[in-house]
Design a protein around this ligand. Sequence first.
Ligand SMILES: C[C@](O)(CO)[C@H](O)COP(=O)(O)OP(=O)(O)OC[C@H]1O[C@@H](n2ccc(N)nc2=O)[C@H](O)[C@@H]1O
Ligand SMILES: Nc1ncnc2c1ncn2[C@@H]1O[C@H](COP(=O)(O)OP(=O)(O)OP(=O)(O)O)[C@@H](O)[C@H]1O
Length: 292
Amino acid sequence: MTQNQINQSAWAEKWPAPAKLNLMLRITGQRSDGYHLLQTVFQFIELCDWITFHPVDDGRVSLQKPIPGVPEADDLIIRAAKLLKAETGCEQGVRIEVEKNLPMGGGLGGGSSDAATTLVVLNALWGLQLSMEKLMELGLTLGADVPVFVYGYSSWAEGVGEKLERIDIPEQWFVVIKPNCHVDTKEVFLSKDLTRNSKSIRIADFIAGQHQNDCLGVVRERYQSVKDALVDLSEFSEARLTGTGACVFAQFDSEEAAVSAYRSLQKKWQVYLVKGVNESPLFSKLKSGNIS
Ligand SMILES: C[C@](O)(CO)[C@H](O)COP(=O)(O)OP(=O)(O)OC[C@H]1O[C@@H](n2ccc(N)nc2=O)[C@H](O)[C@@H]1O
Ligand SMILES: Nc1ncnc2c1ncn2[C@@H]1O[C@H](COP(=O)(O)OP(=O)(O)OP(=O)(O)O)[C@@H](O)[C@H]1O
């Protein structure tokens, strides 16, 4: 099959942009530019936005339908596509269709994942041949969570989230609650009450059960619905915050136990029943579709 034939078939397809969970998150310091130094563990979950790329002749980049509440020029999908063009001088255009399933401001990394899928898939469709390292570097200029979605594997992350080490962790079931509020990441990181001096730990400490999220205290105090969700979820299993929230989640050893908690919580909350995966669904699809 020629590159052109591969591109022709892939243009019409829907590409996943999965969510992530931060299975733990420690803030160990702060850089001089204000960004916080973290230790975190990312795992993907099988809950995805879906993105389709349509070729256009006029060289422009646009969204078929802007995401409500996000001006098109600010959308991370548009910014990612424009960044690729600026970096490579590519003159091709694209109209991008998004099926948005991930709640915004939920700590599930939806905007970052959309940006990463755009970088990875357009790099292939446009035949740009940028390396994964280069795409991660470009992605980091869009957001701290973009590199892990480009990398595509569960990771132990340090720095601001860009120093990644692949880890394989059990692929368990999760119940995720989206409280009815939108947490602003920047506001949480600006809080004077945030813990910023946690001691660094090792991967083995995480495996042994060290699941602390240093944003939890600040977020729980500011957002009553996050606090309530944590209380309800902890009746079933250890309840944790992902990123800066608002979503909270709990891990289950069996699908049956997860389904039972899901059914019960569904009566009161917006809730998702999802499986954790170590390989990003984007990469599973790229491998099966033969473009990389
Ligand atoms: C909290 C996490 O979700 C953990 O995965 C991420 O670190 C946040 O990643 P993100 O949403 O892509 O965040 P960005 O868009 O890069 O940053 C939003 C704002 O949060 C603050 N920020 C973010 C990440 C970080 N390590 N330190 C920070 O202080 C910065 O003020 C920044 O202006
Ligand atoms: N394609 C996009 N999808 C969602 N949000 C976007 C997108 N492009 C830009 N944004 C902006 O990013 C903000 C954060 O959205 P996102 O869904 O990434 O939050 P999040 O899950 O809390 O992210 P994180 O876990 O990385 O902090 C939104 O409120 C919106 O203004």
